[in-house]
Design a protein around this ligand. Structure first.
Ligand code: F6R
Length: 607
């Protein structure tokens, strides 16, 4: 969703800001803008279009060494040029860009209006510009003014402020919406997402909630809202500029699907312990005794992260014999959950920014629950809120549809299940079997990827379907749900997932020649049950695409996608890959904008 970028230093800020905004496009936005100081005045350019439109509108004559930029996802007020950020105070001295939601915006706007201020936009953000201007009395620094203004604000913000009267500094603040400072040589970058700045620097500092920083070209100073100085240690980001490039691929989703073997190797690296047939997850900070006292594991996430959690629940139950389940974090936070001290909660998020998941973590912590993060983005809000957990190391995921992060989520939960299992009843021999199974997975995924042509051909045969069923059982049930989700979000073909044995309790009525079913048939103890499922569908004239690691009777299914045999407990990880490719090729055949499906954003930072 919204994105922030800022620059102060020695080069021309305009191209740096435009390039940064372009890197943030993947997050989803509906308007964009920037402000720089030019000839002693704020020069603001905004558009209700794309970053390219903004680039076309910025005058070539404008140069500056300081500026701020923004991509906006509308919350307060429609996506037009007036509502686009930056917003200015009445005198045109102060420009702000803001991510997040000001909850008392209505009240603040009323107070400002009563004080004679005319607000020109419908946004919550504009109020911030006027508040800061009102606090910037003679002699006070911009940082003091921002601090005082923020004390009147309720809500979440990543905030970046430029004052034309102090062009050698920018002020930033964070509360619930990420802000990262990038450190260069006599230049500093500011962003809401390292994607915007990583081509310039990998040395970064993440602001904490309620922290404010003054940034100058030669450094920064931080303090808290209640005026305590803070000391920040810079870290080096894992990602490199090349991770954000398409390379030989036409779109990021296909690139990220093909990166999965390597991404999986990264999440497993150093975490498989052959000697003791277990997993090493140092980041969870739980010793054997604490792990033994876990009575239940509950996974929380949204969308695909929730389906990964369902895969995790099956894995943990099977490997550790500890009851486990998954729940959408978006529901959990609203239902006044009973939080149990002996349950281990796992908050799952690729972006680490999903507001529903963040709120669920905060609710859990308020109630004394112990929560681990399973997060891809280091320094993100959920990772920081959880404090400990498992990083997914999938590398930056740019396509809106999650692929490699989901695979690494499921693999991390296999590691967690193995670890808890081995401090309980799992034998060393069983542990070794799982360790070997995990080690073999990246190469097995390569075998699935090698079938892309076959999968694309099958997608071509079914691309005119209006509806599809995805059918799975037990381990393969979350895989079916995730497969249906992928198809819906990127191809816009309606898809429903059902547990195989539920078909006969209702959905079978919908089966006919116009309702193809993707049936997951791993070669496990339920193989023959799944064959009967296919027969039931075929008997009603329904076309079947079987995804299988077993030997299906000839001509049983209309199309077959083969996956290699793997350790049965790990089947969900392998079975997910062909469904990603199938959805991708369906969407490609239908000419969809695969990386940026309509109505969706990469990070859902609103309720
Ligand atoms: C689907 C998808 C979404 C996300 C969900 C949670 O492909 O990407 O369903 O999984 O919005 O996002 P994160 O994992 O960033 O919390």
């Amino acid at each position: 969703m919204c994105g922030i970028v800022g620059y102060i230093g020695r080069r021309d800020a305009v191209p740096v800001l435009l390039e940064g905004l372009r890197r943030l496009e993947y997050r989803g936005y509906d308007s964009a803008g920037l402000a720089v100081v030019y000839r002693g005045k704020l020069q603001v350019t905004k558009t209700a279009g794309r970053v390219q439109d903004l680039r076309d509108q910025v005058s070539d004559r404008v140069h500056s060494t300081v500026g701020i930029g923004h991509t906006r996802w509308a919350t307060h007020g429609e996506p037009n040029e007036v509502n686009a950020h930056p917003h200015l105070d009445a005198a045109g001295n102060i420009a702000v860009v803001h991510n997040g939601i000001i909850e008392n915006a209505e009240q603040l706007r009323d107070q400002l209006t009563a004080a004679g201020v005319t607000l020109v936009s419908d946004t919550d953000t504009e109020a911030l510009a006027h508040l800061i201007a009102a606090e910037k009395t003679d002699g006070s620094s911009l940082e003091d003014a921002v601090l005082r203004a923020l004390r009147r604000v309720e809500g979440t913000y990543g905030l970046l402020v430029l004052d034309v009267r102090c062009p050698d500094e920018l002020v930033v603040a964070r509360n619930g919406s990420p802000i990262v400072l990038g450190i260069g040589e006599n230049e500093m970058f500011i962003a809401s997402d390292v994607a915007a700045i990583v081509r310039h620097t990998q040395r970064v500092v993440y602001l904490d909630d309620t922290e404010v920083a003054t940034v100058r070209s030669n450094g920064y100073q931080t303090r808290t809202l209640d005026n305590q100085r803070t000391n920040k240690t810079p870290t080096t980001v894992e990602a490199e500029a090349g991770d954000y490039e398409l390379g030989p691929y036409a779109d990021f989703m296909r690139k990220e699907i093909h990166e999965q073997p390597e991404a999986l190797r990264r999440v497993l690296r150093g975490r498989l312990d052959e000697r003791f047939a277990t997993a090493r997850l140092g980041g969870i900070n739980l010793d054997a005794r604490e792990l033994r006292s876990v009575r239940r594991v509950k996974f929380l996430g949204c969308g695909s992260a929730y389906y990964a959690g369902q895969m995790g629940a099956v894995l943990v139950e099977e490997l550790a014999r500890v009851p486990a389940d998954a729940e959408p974090a978006s529901e959990f936070r609203y239902r006044n959950p009973v939080v149990d001290a002996e349950t281990l909660y796992v908050a799952i998020s690729q972006s680490g920014e999903t507001l529903d998941t963040l709120m669920a973590v905060q609710e859990l912590k308020r109630k004394g629950g112990q929560v681990l993060g399973a997060v891809n983005v280091v320094g993100s809000a959920i990772a920081r809120e959880c404090g400990h957990g498992v990083f997914l190391h999938a590398g930056p995921e740019i396509a809106v549809a999650s692929t490699k992060a989901l695979t690494n989520m499921a693999a991390s939960f296999a590691l967690l299940g193995l670890l808890i299992g081995r401090v309980r009843d799992m034998s060393a021999a069983e542990g070794s079997r799982i360790v070997a199974g995990l080690r073999a997975l990246p190469e097995q995924i390569n075998h699935v990827l090698a079938q892309e042509d076959n999968i694309a051909t099958i997608a071509g045969q079914f691309a005119d379907a209006e509806h599809m069923f995805y059918i799975g059982r037990v381990r393969a049930w979350p895989v079916a749900r995730e497969g249906a989700q992928k198809l819906k979000e990127i191809s816009y073909v309606h898809a429903e997932a059902y547990q195989a044995s539920e078909l006969k309790h209702g959905p079978l009525a919908l089966i006919d020649a116009s309702m193809p079913s993707v049936v997951l048939v791993p070669d496990d103890e339920l193989f023959s049950k799944n064959i009967s499922t296919i027969e039931q569908i075929k008997a009603r004239g329904g076309p079947v695409i079987a995804v299988t690691s077993g030997d299906l009777p000839a001509d049983l299914a209309d199309a077959v996608i083969r996956v290699p045999h793997c350790t049965p407990e790990l089947d969900p990880i392998l079975l997910t890959i062909p469904l990603q490719m199938f959805a991708y090729h369906m969407a490609a055949k239908l000419g969809r904008d695969i990386d940026k499906p309509r109505n969706l954003a990469k990070s859902v930072t609103v309720e």
